[in-house]
Design a binder for this molecule. Structure first.
Ligand SMILES: Nc1ncnc2c1ncn2[C@@H]1O[C@H](COP(=O)(O)OP(=O)(O)OP(=O)(O)O)[C@@H](O)[C@H]1O
Length: 330
């Protein structure tokens, strides 16, 4: 970073630091905002490049003397938090971002970082309840299953193989990655970005609830093929756990999964759902809860980092969705 600072284009070997340096210098001299677009196929290195760009901008505009957590530390530490909840192993990349991200780093009139905002786009919701070999679900599920024993007991978790949302693929572990260590690292990163202990507990409660929700299975309601009921005691256990973790009433949850409410101008009609309908509503609930949790996390990080209303210049870094080409593209 030292070598690239204020070096002319071509003076050093090609590097993203040069791009960040040019963007920063142009912002200072011309007083104009700049954006850097990082694009490429899945696995090309966009997210790593984005992190390098952010490190370099933090190096140029950092506030080393500030007390407590600096804005740049918070921006950099938001990466492991967002990756835990928005990244997953795919066929091409063990740490593939399943969302788009635009990071705005704001600067004051002397070129110091004064605020930041993170905007995310289009989280891949379907992954929460549907995966196939050799992919994995979002990292956070495996991290929580590798959490310290007390937490595993508190959330009644265990081997990832016992959860439907994880066992549709045979891939559970990543080579060279320790989920137990990463769980603790994610908790530490959450501390840095200003997520309180209580909020962290609530976040992982929701993650555990989604795993239990996925294990609720449905069976035929005798005498009425158009409706469904909980399949067995195992499903009842997971329903009770989901309700306990989400702090809602188990009967209302069961009703919400097995019945559909239709609102007409005069009345509210409840219609029973068959097994496949109940599964669709269970998975729909899991996807909605997860994507709202993700949005909540991003909002929380933004509130904690804070934006500078007086800032006139910013550098934006856009890490877009990586392109993938499948045998059968849909
Ligand atoms: N500059 C780098 N230094 C070291 N390793 C890198 C670098 N860039 C990429 N890699 C390796 O390649 C992998 C994929 O990179 P990255 O996650 O940045 O890709 P991506 O383009 O963001 O992919 P996706 O679109 O799937 O999110 C990384 O996990 C890392 O192992």
């Amino acid at each position: 970073m030292k070598r690239y600072k204020e070096a002319k284009m071509g003076e050093q070997a090609p590097h993203v630091f040069t791009i960040a340096d040019i963007a920063y210098r142009a912002m200072i001299t011309e007083g104009k905002s700049n954006s850097i677009l990082v694009s490429g196929e899945s696995g090309a290195g966009k997210t790593e490049t984005t992190k390098n760009l952010m490190c370099y901008l933090a190096y140029l505009g950092g506030n080393s003397a500030a007390e407590g957590q600096t804005i740049e530390q918070q921006v950099l530490e938001s990466n492991p938090v967002l990756e835990a909840f928005g990244n997953a192993k795919t066929a091409r990349n063990n740490n593939s971002s399943r969302f788009g991200k635009f990071v705005e780093i704001q600067f004051d009139n002397v070129g110091r970082i004064s605020g930041a905002a993170i905007r995310t786009y289009l989280l891949e919701r379907s992954r929460v309840c549907q995966i196939s070999d050799p992919e994995r679900n979002y990292h956070c599920f495996y991290l929580l299953c590798a959490a310290p024993k007390e937490e595993i007991e508190k959330y009644k978790l265990g081997d990832p193989k016992s959860f439907h949302y994880l066992n549709q693929s045979n891939c559970y572990q990543l080579v060279g990655v320790n989920d137990a260590n990463n769980y603790l690292a994610t908790r530490r990163a959450m501390d840095v970005v200003g997520i309180s202990e209580e909020e962290q507990e609530a976040i992982f409660r929701v993650v555990a609830a989604i795993l239990h929700l996925g294990n609720i299975d449905f069976g035929n309601n005798e005498g009425d093929p158009e409706s469904s009921v909980l399949k067995d005691d195992d499903s009842k256990f997971h329903l009770d756990m989901t309700a306990q973790l989400l702090r809602c009433d188990p009967e209302s949850l069961e009703d919400a999964l097995c019945k559909r409410k239709m609102i007409t101008p005069d009345d509210v009609i409840k219609k029973s759902l068959d097994i496949s309908g109940a599964i669709i509503s269970r998975d729909g609930l899991a996807k909605t809860i997860y994507s709202r949790l993700f949005d909540w996390l991003v909002d929380k990080i933004n509130v904690s980092i804070g934006q500078d209303p007086k800032s006139k210049c910013l550098i934006g870094v856009l890490d877009i969705y990586g392109f993938e080409s499948f045998e059968s593209n849909r």
